[in-house]
Design a protein around this ligand. Structure first.
Ligand code: SAM
Length: 734
């Protein structure tokens, strides 16, 4: 990319840097004409698009080699390692209509199933046996292994069926005796017990949609001069109402999560991960997600008709648009190019698909009409999007042929989509916390690990992108898999704008920080109510206290704004470095460095071994002497000091600092802000450990109220520890 950029003549660079959207066809054509004959460009394109040069293609040899390593580990009793080798072998195993390929893959699934059985991963083992059976319906070992796994999970009816099939197919008499023994055991269990149902509840999304359809408020898109199109509600909305949910038009997993999360639903991968059948890049949690990405394969249809496979025929979800199909086949481009660039290709592929299938609900024109700020983009960004667009045009042309010609016009369209994605796409975040990873609640963990969000993907939503930003949002956005859900967090009168936060919020960020981020990332100057007027959080967030001990006054960094808005015509002089109360001079630079040093020291102490309490208290005292009592830094410092005390086993003091942190957050935000909910988890945990059951129960009640305002009935799904926390509080408080 840098090499190609360095080859560009100065004049062409200048044309691109100065270009407007109307000039894109010209600049893209000029760039294409310049790059196309260059051997360096040809090499880049070949490396990206030629499957023979690709590292992502399948290889029988590689797969066999990994299988052998898996077998060695299995023989040595190292089932964990064996499982990993078999998974990698599955990843590289080709899947053609060739029987040899199918047999290899079926063997790999069956071997992985055996490893998982040994690791007591019974459900995963059964799924892998099912996969082996789909590929090779007469594979006795897979039927037998699944039968055994069904016995372990007490699904005796299924176990009897599987073992009967295995018995009917087994040719050797010694094998028959062996299977018969297990079948008899399964039959005796089956006769002696009431059958248990192992139907998993996967209806989470469906319940959401059916439940919400009836009560969702009516929304309308309305244009304003200040913010362009935006969404308003036609009804009054009460807090905690689900106002919108939507699946993305296109989505992509982030590179950092590629090996840990499903490339379609973006949830964490199970142990029995499955792979793309044509390349080695995407990983999926299930056949359903695999099908969504690549579409149905003919082979799958054939084996579905197998008389024995009645349990596996429920997966036939047909998607109209398979989002990974055009990237697949072993070429490198979708693995190498940045995720947001690949997302652009997915959007373009969808436009091409919709053009070819005009009878379906047409979103293609709609996509191309999304707002963008190409003209406001920096020269470097314009140049980068031009070069990526030429490369992408080549990649797409490779797959779509004449449906996407390799021309300046096509590349110009990609530049526009790229600028549209910059302002309209959303980061998909899932909750990450240590408690969640374990699925259990532990007081120690609750206190020492923050509830964090993990960015897993980037997506574009046709309606979701119409919600404007506010630094004081009345909506909260969250994701279940890759579905976007929007919930109101306060009462919204009919006709009012419905707005979410694109990241920076009042109380979390200062005005200037918010402005800078929105300008850099979204190319606009925020016109929300929080930025247009004076707000308490903005005045307090970075405020200093007056150095005069007798004065309760404050020096705020928003002094210019106050001066501009309040005293412009009064003739009153406000000096930037003075206390608002007594007017005494303060040196903002030295106060800032004092505050920064104290906070840094507190953060450093968190990482240090025990015995740092005295230093932590001293640094906190320093910070308190400089920062205003309701500043953001002080809230952070109180939270960290609470953690330090907790680690030292001094829970009473930890509790006081935790409460102090919450008190500040209540000033910076409203009483039911999610930041307070997160801090209340720590408070409740401390109260429980100190045996103050009544207080813990109050805190749990309050935090549940906040979480349900933000996440409705999905709160427990998002914060897995909620149920255990509630149970602990209830146990303690009969
Ligand atoms: C995701 S789009 C929202 C829909 C957009 N208003 C439209 O007309 O399609 C983001 C763009 O909306 C505008 N916008 C959103 N929130 C805004 C705000 N608080 N102040 C000013 N402009 C805003 C900016 O142009 C921003 O780049």
């Amino acid at each position: 990319m840098e090499k190609l950029t360095s080859l560009l003549p100065l004049e062409l660079r200048r044309d691109i840097s100065d270009s407007s959207p109307e000039e894109l066809e010209y600049t893209c054509q000029a760039l294409l004409d310049f790059l196309h004959p260059l051997p360096q460009f040809q090499r880049v394109v070949r490396e990206l698009t030629d499957p023979q040069l690709g590292l992502c293609r399948k290889s029988r040899e590689v797969s066999l080699d990994l299988k052998k390593k898996g077998n060695d580990c299995f023989a040595g009793g190292d089932y964990g390692k064996a499982l990993n080798f078999y998974s990698q072998a599955v990843r590289h195993a080709p899947l053609s209509s060739d029987d040899m390929d199918k047999t290899l893959l079926a063997t790999l699934y069956a071997n992985r199933a055996s490893s998982m059985h040994n690791l007591n991963l019974i459900e995963e083992c059964k799924r892998d046996c099912g996969r082996a059976i789909l590929l090779s319906p007469c594979y006795v070992k897979a039927w037998y292994r699944r039968g055994k796994a069904n016995v372990v999970s007490k699904n005796y009816k299924e176990a009897v069926h599987d073992l009967e099939v295995a018995l009917s197919m087994e040719s050797s008499s010694s094998g028959k005796i062996h299977i018969k023994k297990d079948l008899d055991i399964a039959i005796s269990y089956f006769k002696g017990t009431v059958e248990t149902s192992d139907l998993a509840n996967h209806a989470m999304n469906e319940t959401t949609s059916s439940r919400c359809n009836n009560s969702m408020p009516e929304l309308q898109c309305k244009y304003t001069e200040a913010k362009g199109n935006g969404m308003i509600s036609l009804n009054c909305i009460s807090p905690g109402t689900l106002i919108h949910y939507e699946e993305p038009l296109a989505a992509i997993i982030l590179k950092s999560c590629r090996e840990t999360h499903c490339h379609v639903c973006l949830n964490e991968l199970p142990t029995d991960v499955i792979f793309c059948s044509s390349c080695t890049i995407p990983l999926y949690c299930s056949e359903q997600c695999q099908e969504k990405a690549i579409g149905k394969s003919d082979g799958t249809k054939k084996v579905r008709n197998c008389q024995h496979c009645r349990r596996l025929s429920g997966n036939n979800i047909i998607t109209e648009f398979a989002e990974h199909k055009h990237e697949c086949g072993g070429s490198n481009w979708s693995a190498v190019l940045p995720a947001d660039v690949v997302l652009v290709c997915r959007v373009m592929a969808k436009v091409i698909y919709k053009r070819k299938h005009p009878s379906k609900a047409d979103t293609s024109q709609e996509i191309l009409d999304f707002v963008h700020h190409y003209s406001r983009m920096a020269s470097g960004t314009k140049l980068e999007s031009h070069i990526f667009s030429i490369i992408l045009s080549c990649c797409l042309n490779h797959y779509f042929g004449s449906d996407f010609p390799f021309t300046g016009v096509s590349a110009a369209q990609l530049v526009i989509i790229m600028s549209q994605m910059k302002v309209n796409s959303m980061a998909i975040v899932h909750m990450r916390s240590l408690q969640q990873a374990r699925g259990t609640y532990s007081i120690e963990k609750a206190l020492t690990s923050n509830i964090e969000q993990l960015r897993v993907g980037q997506a574009i939503y046709s309606t979701g992108r119409l919600f404007n930003h506010s630094c004081q949002p009345n909506l909260h956005a969250y994701f279940l898999s890759r579905r976007l859900l929007l919930r109101s967090t306060e009462p919204v009168p009919a006709g009012s704008p419905l707005e979410l936060s694109y990241g920076p919020q009042l109380g979390q960020w200062g005005l200037e920080e918010r402005r800078r981020l929105l300008k850099d990332q979204y190319f606009f100057t925020c016109q929300c109510s929080g930025c247009m007027g004076i707000t308490l959080p903005d005045l307090l967030i970075n405020a200093f206290r007056c150095m005069n001990p007798a004065c309760p006054g404050v020096k705020t960094e928003e002094i210019h704004k106050i001066g501009r808005l309040l005293f412009l015509h009064s003739g009153l002089q406000i000096r930037p470095g003075s206390c608002l109360n007594c007017g005494s001079e303060l040196d903002p630079r030295s106060l800032t460095s004092l505050a920064e040093a104290a906070l840094l020291e507190i953060q450093r102490l968190r990482e240090s071994p025990p015995g740092v309490l005295r230093h932590a208290v001293k640094a906190l005292g320093q910070l308190r002497s400089v920062r205003h009592a309701y500043s953001r830094d002080l809230a952070r410092a109180e939270d960290i000091v609470a953690e330090i005390f907790c680690l030292a086993g001094e829970l009473e003091s930890a509790l006081e600092h935790c409460k102090a942190s919450i008190k500040i957050l209540e000033k910076l935000y409203h009483d039911s802000h999610i930041a307070i909910g997160n801090e209340l988890v720590k408070l409740a945990s401390l109260q429980l450990s100190l045996g103050d059951h009544a207080a813990a129960s109050d805190s749990v009640g309050r935090l549940e109220g906040i979480f349900s305002l933000y996440y409705g009935p999905h709160a427990g799904q998002i914060y897995h520890f909620l149920e255990s926390l509630r149970a602990a509080a209830n146990r303690a408080n009969p």
